[in-house]
Every structure is written in C-alpha cells, then in structure tokens.
Design a protein. Structure first.
Length: 238
C-alpha cells in the first residue's frame, strides 16, 4: 500500500496516544515506541497529541525521548521545555460543575468521571459508557450550553468549544515555526478529526472509528500501534 503521497515526506509527525499507540486495554505497543525513536533519530520531531492529561503525556514524552511539544486534553494544554510554562487554554472548573449538575438529572451518572480527572486542567471527562444522548441533551439546554460534548473510545469530554486538537496543534505549530503542510497526523477517534483537517496528511490506525477512517487520507490495515513500524519505514524511505 502507499502510505504517503508521491514526492512528499513529513517534517513533523503528530501522534495520538489512547487507541493509537495503545490498544483497547491501554497497553502500549513497544514496536511503536521503537518506530517513533527512529523518526526522532532521523530529525523528524514527534508531537504527542492526546485527550489525556499533561502528567501522563509528559511521562510518555520523557521515556520515549521525544523532542516535539505535547498537545494534551484535546488542545487544552500545550507544553514544550523551550517555552518555560505550559499554555493552559481553558479553566476546567466549569466543565466539572456541569458534570456535577448532570448527576442530578441523569440517574446513575458518576460526576467524578474517569480517574485522570484528578490531573485535568482545561476540561472534565465522564465515563465513556454514560448516556451520550442524555448528556448532550441536558448540556444543550443548560447554562453550560456553550460546552462541547465529545466522545472518544475512552471518555466523554466536556470542554470549551474553542478547544480541539486542531486549534491546539495550530498554536503549537506557530510557536515552533512549523507549517501545517509539513505535518502528518495519526489517530483513531473523533477528537482526532480537527487535527486531520488541518494537517497535510492523515493516517487512521486499524481499529479506528468509522468517521475517522472516512476522513483519513490513509487507513492502516494494522491494528493500533502495529501501524507505526510500516508507516515509519515508508517515511524514512521517502
């Protein structure tokens, strides 16, 4: 298969974590880690672009030994060591209040949400098996109607509407002096779509949501992290 358009090679690669580097059990693919290190060794920086929190993303960034920035909480938190402080683009307190309000209206909803909420800075996440239709309906008809409701494979995110991996990545690119036409993105879930839209090239891993496969330039025949070895080999040959 053709992984890349003819005559083009990315100068930056942005990679989702959950469902992309990991499988449905959140187990990371170690072959994918080796592949990302090959990109870095070739002078192609890797950006971790995730709905996950800064603490987890930074740990992975450090242990893989990446050089690119990190884009966390769907563009809500951006960081690179050269910047000094992180850029936190929203206050997650409103989203948390909205979750607590929802618990009084949707029987059985857990407002504490997923475990990583203890580190969240710009949004709040409910369990992915909560009633998405009910959550969306109540938020739409509340004082928090300005919040976006986005489901991924691992959570339902309550977030400010200006936050997305697309807007976060654009700000990140501007700060790093990079261009979107040099960017390749890899992902699996609907929160990756804004990033796909602004990048030059996009790859959906095997096991991705149907909407993501439909939007991607290439759909990998390999599940999740198994995508990276052949993809990186193609990049390095280009």
């Amino acid at each position: 298969m053709e992984w890349l358009p003819e005559g083009w090679r990315p100068k930056v690669v942005a990679v989702d974590i959950d469902g992309t580097l990991t499988d449905g059990k959140k187990q990371i693919n170690t072959d994918a880690i080796h592949a990302l290190r090959k990109l870095e060794a070739a002078g192609i920086p890797v950006v971790l672009a995730t709905g996950n929190v800064r603490a987890i993303t930074y740990g992975l960034w450090r242990f893989i030994e990446l050089s690119g920035p990190i884009c966390c909480e769907n563009g809500g938190v951006l960081w690179h060591p050269s910047w000094g402080d992180a850029i936190v683009r929203a206050n997650g307190a409103e989203a948390k209040q909205a979750a607590e309000w929802l618990a009084d209206r949707i029987p059985g909803l857990d407002p504490k949400g997923i475990q990583t909420n203890q580190w969240r800075e710009s949004e709040w996440c409910l369990f992915t098996d909560e009633d998405l239709e009910a959550v969306t309906h109540h938020i739409k008809n509340s004082e928090w109607s300005h919040l976006s409701v986005v489901r991924t494979g691992f959570a339902i995110h309550l977030m400010e509407p200006h936050l997305s991996k697309g807007t976060g990545m654009q700000l990140l690119l501007d700060k790093m002096g990079w261009k979107a036409e040099d960017l390749l993105c890899v992902g699996d879930a609907p929160n990756d779509l804004p990033m796909f839209e602004m990048a030059q090239w996009s790859v959906a891993v095997g096991g991705a949501f149907d909407s993501v496969k439909a939007a991607a330039d290439v759909c990998s025949p390999f599940l999740h992290g198994a995508t990276f070895e052949p993809l990186v080999d193609a990049i390095l040959r280009a």
